[in-house]
Design a protein around this ligand. Structure first.
Ligand code: PMP
Length: 300
């Protein structure tokens, strides 16, 4: 499921700092904090049928992350929204689009770690691309447990959606080497936290479980799936989940903007076998699809 270059993205128009440029011209300074320290926060968003899915929740998380990082001169929600809509309009994009939106601490007066060296305001980067959900949600994915732990609040709070993705990249390398599609990352206690780029749920005897949002990103798709479970009278419990519970679950699926809801078929060589014949993944996928239009903010 390795993504390939899509020729439809050949002439992308990309927002950087104060304007929109052809992808060949869109550049950040070598003095930008994102280059020097991965010092930025980001959101992945999806565009469906003329609207941006759950824009408010993405903006909330972006703003909360920028505040936790103590950024100065953070653009307003209105400014970010305008830049996003302008960029989508410049590309005439209305559907089948994934947007990588990054907000960095900005350019530094000289190289160095100190955020006081950033006196030029934040850099906003908006990269929209034609991109279908990255996983085949019919056939599902196989995952392996990674030896790299997901950050917990006692090292780097996973509630900040920051660009320091090395843990997750190392985990992804482990899954690549093992020939799997994604890595399952554990927390400091050895409980499941999430996959390297998505959250995770299991179902057992008709009840849905997901790890507490302590050592995982509080994903927007995760949040919606919990809401949809309640709406559909499916009990959903946030708890510590051990590897044994993962292996013996009836159903396992991942959630995220990049893949929506994706069944997990294999974990560490153990096939996920649904002895209780439950259909929570299917029901929640349908419920998710039925809500997409309702949660899209029209591009204006
Ligand atoms: N976990 C990680 C580590 C992620 O990077 C992402 C997506 N950015 C998610 C989970 C899924 O979050 P969301 O549902 O908000 O896309």
């Amino acid at each position: 499921m390795l993504q390939k270059f899509n020729p439809k993205n050949k002439d992308l128009q990309i927002y950087v700092k104060d304007g929109i440029y052809h992808r060949d011209e869109a550049k950040v300074s070598v003095f930008d904090s994102i280059v020097q320290g991965g010092d930025g926060v980001w959101e992945g968003l999806r565009v469906y049928n003329g609207g941006v899915f759950m824009l408010d929740r993405h903006l909330n998380r972006l703003m909360n992350s920028a505040k936790a990082m103590h950024f100065a001169n953070i653009p307003t929600r209105e400014e970010v929204t305008k830049a996003l809509f302008d960029t989508l309009k410049a590309n005439e994009m209305t559907d089948g689009v994934h947007v990588r939106l990054t907000l960095t601490r900005g350019e530094k007066v000289t190289s160095g770690m100190d955020p006081r060296l950033n006196d030029m305001g934040c850099t906003l980067i908006i990269v929209p691309e034609y991109k279908a959900p990255v996983y085949d949600n019919e056939s599902g994915i196989s995952i392996v447990t990674s030896s790299t732990r997901r950050n917990s609040p006692n090292n780097l709070d996973s509630k900040i959606h920051h660009n320091n993705l090395i843990n997750n990249i190392l985990a992804k390398i482990e899954s690549n080497v093992a020939g799997a599609d994604a890595a399952l990352m554990l927390d400091n206690y050895g409980f499941a936290a999430e996959l390297n780029g998505t959250n995770v749920f299991i179902a057992k005897e008709g009840i849905l479980y997901t790890p507490h949002a302590d050592a995982c990103l509080p994903g927007i798709t995760r949040g919606l799936v919990i809401e949809l479970a309640h709406e559909n009278n499916i009990e959903c419990i946030e708890k510590n989940i051990s590897l044994t519970e993962m292996y013996s679950a009836d159903e396992v699926f991942s959630t995220g903007t990049m893949g929506e809801l994706t069944p997990v078929k294999m974990i560490d060589g153990r096939a996920i076998e649904n002895y209780n014949n439950t259909d929570l993944t299917k029901r929640l996928t349908k419920a998710f699809e039925s809500k997409v239009a309702m949660y899209c903010v029209p591009i204006s």
